[in-house]
Unconditional design. Structure first.
Length: 169
């Protein structure tokens, strides 16, 4: 069985990687779906950079593919003939938001066509958000903080692309 794990992954974090790995214990294959446009988030990284960082982070995982989509998530799922969406849940506020979205998806596509599976974040990662990482990158805090949030390959990529301020290294 195949599932879709959608998100902006701006940037992809260790929390995202944990959800991907745990999803592979349930599903044979995961499609990481990145929207080409974001209507409710200010993206720091373009699609190409986010795909590159995801590929670096999951390079040892051959049962994961990364795809861009430019339609409603439920339409993308239909095109891929996928019936399950994976969402990571960090806390109760996150659950409320994701629960509204899964109800909207069901109403958009038909109640039985697509199911959403919620995976609760491991306690080690429940405080990690891409927004927090972007804030750390913006305000040049202690470089050791990044190691708590990002895969080493993602950190190296950001260093190479000069996305981490020089003082931060």
């Amino acid at each position: 069985m195949i599932a879709i794990y959608p998100g902006s992954f701006d940037p992809p974090t260790l929390g995202h990687l944990d959800i991907i790995r745990r999803s592979l214990n349930i599903f044979e294959k995961i499609i990481i779906a990145l929207p080409e446009k974001s209507f409710n988030k200010n993206l720091l990284f373009n699609s190409e950079s986010r795909i590159k960082m995801l590929n670096l982070m999951i390079q040892e995982t051959s049962t994961v593919q990364i795809e861009l989509f430019d339609c409603l998530l439920v339409d993308f799922a239909r095109k891929k003939n996928v019936k399950t969406i994976i969402r990571g849940i960090r806390d109760t506020k996150n659950f409320i938001d994701e629960n509204y979205m899964q109800h909207a998806n069901k109403n958009l596509c038909g109640k039985k066509e697509i199911e959403t599976i919620f995976l609760i974040s491991d306690i080690k990662y429940c405080y990690i958000t891409s927004s927090l990482v972007k804030e750390i990158l913006t305000y040049k805090h202690d470089s050791n903080l990044l190691k708590k949030f990002l895969h080493p390959e993602v950190i190296n990529y950001l260093k190479h692309k000069n996305q981490i301020p020089k003082l931060f290294l």
